[in-house]
Design a protein around this ligand. Structure first.
Ligand code: DGP
Ligand code: NA
Ligand code: NA
Length: 210
């Protein structure tokens, strides 16, 4: 690829079980198939030392205060920033499952202050686009067969969804909302159209910060 052109940072956000991981993979396969140098990543990154603590917390094997786990999730993003930045500048498009918005949504849903939650995310790389897979409350009910992890409870997921809705209104210049209730194929087709535009446009723009 042209060494002067950077890759795009594309983030998927949404409640648990919204279909994000599948869409992330399908987008990766599509872009790669079209010759776009692309990599996939996700947060939390459970492979690091901090990620290991987060993993124990999510599996309910370790109790931590809401503030402490919040800062660890944020630190887990910060510890990956230099390498993601390097990839983007080398021309690789990075598709990321969850980001700072999950950080805020899950903690605000517990009752923490929105601005306090956002503060440690300030300065992270700014996504060129956030693809929000929005599930209706009804749909969350039918998908309610959640697993064993800490946050997989219906009333909690409803609150998380409300915070994502708030971001999608506030940051509408780069948030793109898709109805998670659509079929996998239909969603993929819609996402693909937007993603290809974002990849082209981002190549010419400087990287931003949150
Ligand atoms: P996932 O691997 O995408 O299923 O994420 C695991 C769980 O962690 C999921 O319930 C969402 C939650 N989560 C992801 N990022 C954050 C974060 O930054 N802060 C908090 N509190 N929870 C998060
Ligand atoms: Na999950
Ligand atoms: Na994930």
């Amino acid at each position: 690829m042209n060494a002067n052109k950077r890759g795009a940072l594309i983030v998927f956000e949404g409640c648990d079980r919204c279909g994000k991981t599948t869409q992330n993979r399908q987008l990766f396969e599509l872009l790669t198939g079209k010759g776009v140098d692309t990599m996939q990543t996700n947060f939390p990154d459970r492979s690091t030392a901090i990620g290991n603590v987060i993993n124990h917390y999510l599996q309910n094997n370790q109790e931590l205060s809401d503030e402490v786990i919040h800062l660890l999730f944020s630190a887990n993003r910060w510890e990956r920033m230099n390498s993601i930045k390097k990839d983007l500048l080398a021309g690789t498009t990075v598709i990321c499952d969850r980001y700072a918005y999950s950080g805020v949504a899950y903690s605000v849903a517990k009752g923490l202050d929105f601005n306090w939650c956002w503060a440690p995310e300030i300065g992270l790389l700014k996504p060129d686009a956030v693809f929000y897979l929005k599930a209706t409350p009804d749909e969350l009910t039918t998908r309610g067969n959640y697993g064993e992890e800490r946050y997989e409870k219906l009333d909690f997921q409803r609150k998380v969804g409300q915070i994502f809705d708030r971001f999608s209104e506030k940051d509408s210049s780069y948030w793109h909302t898709f109805e998670a209730s659509k079929s996998q194929q239909e969603l993929h087709a819609q996402i693909a159209i937007v993603a290809e535009k974002i990849v082209m446009q981002s190549a010419e723009k400087p990287l931003g910060k949150l």
